[in-house]
Design a protein around this ligand. Structure first.
Ligand SMILES: [Zn+2]
Length: 59
C-alpha cells in the first residue's frame, strides 16, 4: 500500500500536465490557473491587463 499523495493545487494535476495557450493579445503562452478552472475555455488573455488592452483596441 502506498501513502496517499499530498493534495496539490491545479485540480490534482501536476504542473507539467496543466494546459496552456497563447494570449490573444500579447501572444505569450500562459498556463492554466486554479481561478480559471470553471471557464478555461473562455479565457483568452494571460492577464487582466491584456484583457483590458484588447478591449480598448476594439470595443
Ligand atoms: Zn497577454
Amino acid at each position: 500500500m502506498s501513502p496517499t499523495p499530498a493534495k496539490r493545487p491545479g485540480g490534482g494535476r501536476p504542473p507539467s500536465q496543466r494546459p496552456s495557450k497563447p494570449c490573444a493579445h500579447c501572444g505569450l503562452p500562459f498556463t492554466w490557473r486554479k481561478k480559471w478552472e470553471r471557464d478555461w475555455d473562455q479565457v483568452k488573455y494571460c492577464s487582466d491587463r491584456c484583457r483590458a488592452a484588447a478591449k480598448r483596441d476594439r470595443p
